[in-house]
Design a protein around this ligand. Structure first.
Ligand SMILES: *Cc1c(COP(=O)(O)O)cnc(C)c1O
Length: 241
């Protein structure tokens, strides 16, 4: 889901409201919140920045008066991070632009293959022209990462989804994306959507993170995973004959 950030910031500025944007999805490489009017950008460095799933860290980015206020709070709270973690985050930063480009290109290849599969109703990935806010993404972003969701053709049971994701060859089941390894996870997105309502016909949703592996291996893995889902519509056709 992509918001019209410049429009939101314009209204906020008029009313003296400080705006904060969590920019972890774009890693800061393909979207720069402060250039779009945001006051404070937040990042999970745990994800793309470190890039290897081996630290937990975050960053807050601001400038001017807001930076000064944040900085004095930071000093007073005594927040600090481990030097070894700083070293790993710094090392991740050196390959971040290259990794982001690869995540993006892989996700484009994988979504291009998935989109015509009969068990897929929809792909939620802003770079695709079928995405409801593609026009905003195109206007404001210079690229994307490797994270997207797929809406399946219907609601599958937990055991059916479990059977799908429990036997992957390349993908692991996991939440904290942004590393080298691809992840897959059945998710329920309805409770997390407060502003925009999409009609997914109650179909199951799978979140996919494309890591740095060969895109062909990821496609082959997803193809087999979709085959593991029961073909309910064919089943009901058989019965009606
Ligand atoms: C994962 C995530 C976080 C939390 O990051 P951690 O570094 O794991 O605590 C925050 N915001 C977004 C958008 C995330 O995806």
């Amino acid at each position: 889901e992509i918001q019209d950030v410049p429009a939101i910031c314009k209204v906020a500025k008029k009313h003296g409201i400080v705006t904060i944007l969590d920019n972890s999805w774009s890693s800061g490489i393909c979207y720069k919140p402060l250039e779009h009017g945001v006051d404070i950008a937040m990042y999970s460095l745990t994800k793309y920045f470190s890039g290897h799933n081996d630290i937990m860290m975050g960053a807050v980015v601001a400038d001017g008066k807001i930076f000064e206020r944040l900085y004095s709070s930071y000093r007073n709270y005594g927040i600090s991070v481990h030097s070894e973690d700083c070293y790993l985050a710094h090392r991740g930063l050196r390959t971040l632009p290259i990794r982001m480009e690869r995540h993006y290109q892989t996700a484009l290849k994988v979504t291009d293959w998935i989109k015509s599969h009969k068990k897929i109703n929809r792909i939620l990935y802003p770079p695709l022209s079928s995405h409801p806010q593609h026009h905003i993404w195109k206007r404001d972003f210079s690229g994307a990462g490797g994270l997207f969701s797929i809406i399946l053709d219907q609601r599958y049971s937990n055991s059916e989804l479990g059977n799908m994701v429990n036997h992957m060859n390349v993908f692991s089941i996991g939440a904290s994306w942004g590393g080298c390894d691809s992840l897959i996870l059945p998710v329920q997105i309805e409770p997390a959507r407060s502003i925009m309502k999409y009609d997914f016909n109650n179909a199951s949703c799978i979140r996919v993170f494309c890591g740095l592996e060969d895109p062909e291996d990821l496609i082959a893995d997803i193809e087999l995973a979709l085959e593991r889902l029961p073909n309910k519509s064919e089943f009901s056709n058989d019965r009606s004959v």
